[in-house]
Design a protein around this ligand. Structure first.
Ligand code: ZN
Length: 381
């Protein structure tokens, strides 16, 4: 067991907590671009003070992202990519209700998801004697599905041999070795209106067509392989005595494998109306590919071995929610997710980080980075 590294990590915990507190105290809901810009300035400052280097500020459609590239600026291939985000799901004002608090638990909006994770990543990088070959990308719109950062994430991933995502661990602290992919569909049913009392037979009932389609769509799920197909919202009709000529249905699909998302996609597009004269138009499609375990196995095995050397148990889990790790894996880069804080209540008001787990996370991240980059961890400053 590598006790010195674990002890040094423990000594750095107060610094990690303080750095996280500075970032948590600057609220950053994804939709509020000026709040996100203010947050980016704080994250840039904390990162620069911890790692001794200013980031590149990258603004895309008004959204503030940050990138640190260590080493020769021209030497941009074969890097290790560290990925995180500084936006949160919490509106400005939440901090007044759930103030930053440390102690046994860190509280405050975005603590678990994922400002403590950013502080951990900065501290782990700061521990290395050399940092060449490391790129850190901190985006500002992950909680929206990364509309403005997706290209940036994919292009940095293509230059990298591994992507380490500092999103929170699963509840027990397990690393996220698989994440489901996601698709959404909007189905529009168009029939023909008629008076429901005088001549209903003249109508083509879009709502009846929708109801039949719902039954067929739920049968596309396959629980045994983790594929769920969920009709989520529906609407139809305009008045109580009219055969409805329009109806709308939204369907959410989650699957562990791309092949499953493709199977369901083909099935939904192949739906044919069974009500005469009702047309079905399908909009939407796959919006986040899954993080498949084949892309995480090798990095996870390394993390387990390193954990054993540090005396830390490292587990892995496949989870439902997506992250930017899905994007890095989809361009073919081995990815490990959930390296950040351990706690509970992501996106819930009781969101918290367990301070006792920080030293172990920092030691694990530092050792993993040291091994992937070939740069040893240095002595404490
Ligand atoms: Zn997150």
């Amino acid at each position: 067991v590598n006790a010195p590294l674990a002890d040094q990590a423990r000594a750095l915990v107060p610094r990690v907590v303080a750095d996280a507190g500075r970032m948590i105290r600057c609220e950053s809901p994804s939709e509020d671009l000026s709040a996100v810009a203010r947050s980016a300035a704080v994250v840039a400052l904390v990162g620069a003070q911890t790692m001794g280097r200013e980031p590149d500020a990258i603004e895309v459609d008004g959204c503030a992202h940050l990138r640190w590239r260590f080493g020769d600026a021209d030497d941009i291939q074969g890097r290790v990519l560290i990925l995180g985000h500084h936006d949160t799901v919490w509106p400005v004002g939440t901090l007044a209700e759930i103030p930053f608090r440390s102690g046994g638990q860190i509280r405050g909006p975005g603590s678990l998801d994922m400002k403590v994770g950013l502080a951990l990543a900065f501290a782990a990088v700061a521990r290395l004697e050399l940092r060449a070959g490391i790129t850190i990308l901190v985006t500002g719109d992950e909680e929206l599905g990364s509309p403005t950062s997706r290209q940036l994430i994919e292009s940095e991933a293509r230059r990298s041999t591994a992507a380490l995502v500092f999103e929170a661990g699963a509840d027990s602290g397990a690393l996220k070795v698989g994440r489901k992919g996601r698709a959404h569909y909007n189905l529009a049913f168009t029939g023909r209106a008629a008076h429901a009392g005088l001549e209903p037979e003249a109508g083509a009932n879009a709502l009846v067509a929708l109801a039949i389609a719902v039954e067929r769509i739920v049968s596309f799920g396959a629980a045994d392989v983790g594929t769920t197909v969920t009709p989520t919202t529906a609407s139809a009709g305009s008045s109580a005595n009219t055969v409805p000529d329009t109806a709308q249905l939204v369907v959410g699909v989650r699957a562990e494998r791309m092949s499953e998302l493709e199977r369901v996609d083909a099935s939904i597009r192949a739906l044919r109306p069974v009500v005469p004269d009702v047309r079905i138009d399908v909009g939407g499609g796959v919006d986040r590919p899954p993080l498949e375990t084949s892309m995480t196995d090798a990095l996870f095995d390394r993390a387990v071995r390193i954990g054993r050397e540090l005396g830390i148990e490292v587990a892995g889990e496949t989870v439902g929610g997506g992250s930017d790790g899905n994007l890095t894996a989809a361009v073919g880069v081995p990815t490990l997710d959930g390296l950040g804080a351990v706690g509970g209540g992501p996106h819930a008001r009781h969101e918290f980080v367990d301070v006792d787990r920080l030293a172990g996370r920092l030691a694990l991240a530092t050792s993993l980075l040291a091994e992937l980059t070939g740069h040893p961890a240095g002595a404490l400053p």
